[in-house]
Design a protein. Structure first.
Ligand code: AMP
Length: 441
């Protein structure tokens, strides 16, 4: 199968060739002809499968073939993404794929000043990639007009719903032309009931397909489990990074605080480390990601949502410092490596309290992940046990005992206590005004 057989124009084929793509991925083979024919599409595909080109290439071809409407403010195609990072990457792809077409694309997301985005939108944009909150801010300021929209793409729809964007999506749907007057494409890695419901209200007689998402990952990604007491994880991770000479490793923690703490410790261990999560400013996140991509940052510690959509060619190592609460997130996480046919190594450090999470993951994978041990593990455990006997244990998740909790008593899963011991501010749970605070966890 060749890109030429898919019916793409010479301008797009030239851009694809410059990207170095020789063969279309399965999602591209399926999506491109369907979108070119004007069908609505419901696609089961996750990041790493080449889905962006799967919708962006045919979408561009359709826009380029039809005359642009008169009004400069009218967006012709809208791609909604859950995270800023994914929006930036999809926007980058649009720039690259549309290089030889007279189409203008732009990206808008929160966490950065709105002024420059307004300027860009004023000049006229055909394809807009956006996170929901900032898009609605622009709608409120009348800097975008969605009433003439021709193509609507909902990317990573499952993650959108996980992040509570359903109301914002519904608001956007009310602003765009009705279902019969637009082409709609929905991409999702998983299909829980809510996604099926959303799809039925958003798509018009869609063509459906599913690319085996976790199967190629399971085949290409070498996965390893290292079992150990919680308190040894940092030491073991440092040893693995040193011994394996891992030059670029993405490490997942469950919490923002955990990410910060681990990044600090790894930095003390001599690795150039940065952390990304939702409490970091957009500028700090962009800086960390750029440093990681260009090799200045050796270890990037991230929470799930902040890492969602990170697209780094040839990222060789992914570490689950803590297992995710949701087994599907394990698949998303390890999918950061071994992208577009390459191989990768995904290592999980598992403490006894995570045994159930591991069983759930292996049930989803339909496979047992091989168990490994680092050299000297027994000695490390013996040392650790001696240390514990001589010193009362400290709660691992915070480094400080929160008020009202005795040593060793666990906090709720995924609900780490604050390091300062203050009570969690319940107002943080309220729905943010623009939705942009929910863009990253
Ligand atoms: P995506 O799933 O869209 O995030 O794409 C994942 C990665 O695959 C990106 O780095 C793309 O540049 C790359 N990619 C997309 N299509 C192809 C292709 N046909 N051949 C090789 N790499 C590709």
């Amino acid at each position: 199968m060749d890109f030429k057989n898919l019916g793409l124009s010479a301008e797009l084929l030239r851009a694809i060739e410059e990207q170095g793509y020789s063969t279309p991925t399965p999602v591209q083979q399926q999506a491109i002809p369907l979108v070119l024919e004007g069908h609505d599409v419901l696609a089961g595909a996750q990041t790493g499968t080449g889905k962006t080109a799967g919708f962006m290439l045919p979408l561009m071809q359709r826009l380029a073939a039809a005359p642009a409407p008169g009004n400069k403010r009218s967006i012709r195609a809208l791609v909604l993404t859950p995270t800023r990072e994914l929006a930036a990457q999809v926007g980058e792809s649009a720039e690259q794929y549309g290089k030889y077409l007279p189409l203008r694309s732009a990206v808008v997301f929160g966490g950065v000043k709105i002024g420059r985005q307004i300027e860009t939108l004023r000049r006229g944009v055909d394809i807009l990639v956006a996170t929901p909150g900032r898009l609605l801010d622009h709608v409120g300021q009348r800097t975008v007009d969605l009433s003439q929209l021709e193509i609507f793409v909902l990317d990573e729809a499952d993650r959108m719903l996980d992040m509570g964007f359903i109301h914002d999506i519904r608001k956007v749907l009310a602003l765009i032309p009705p279902i019969e007057q637009r082409q709609s494409l929905l991409f999702s890695a998983t299909f829980p009931k809510e996604i099926k419901q959303l799809a039925s209200s958003l798509l018009n007689s869609p063509r459906q397909f599913q690319v085996a998402s976790d199967k190629p990952a399971a085949e290409r990604i070498e996965q390893q489990i290292y079992s150990m007491p919680k308190g040894l994880k940092r030491k073991v991770l440092s040893r693995l990074i040193s011994a394996g000479d891992w030059h670029q490793v993405l490490v997942f923690t469950r919490t923002k605080h955990g990410a910060n703490r681990l990044a600090k410790q790894l930095d003390q261990d001599g690795f150039n480390t940065a952390a990304i999560h939702g409490n970091k400013s957009q500028a700090a996140r962009t800086r960390a990601l750029a440093g990681f991509k260009d090799g200045n940052v050796q270890v990037l510690v991230a929470t799930d949502i902040a890492a969602r959509g990170i697209d780094i060619d040839q990222l060789p190592y992914v570490v689950n410092y803590e297992l995710p609460n949701v087994p599907e997130d394990y698949v998303h996480r390890i999918g950061r490596t071994a992208r577009a046919g390459r191989s990768g190594l995904a290592v999980s450090l598992v403490s006894p309290d995570e045994d159930k999470l591991l069983r759930d993951i292996e049930r989803v994978l339909k496979n047992k992940v091989p168990r490994c041990e680092i050299d000297g593990m027994r000695e490390l455990i013996a040392e650790h046990e001696t240390m514990l006997r001589e010193r009362p244990p400290q709660p691992e998740s915070t480094g400080a005992r929160p008020q009202g909790r005795k040593p060793g008593q666990r906090s709720g899963q995924g609900q780490p206590a604050r390091a300062d011991g203050r009570k969690r501010n319940s107002s943080r749970r309220r729905r943010p005004r623009s939705g942009e605070q929910r863009v990253a966890s």
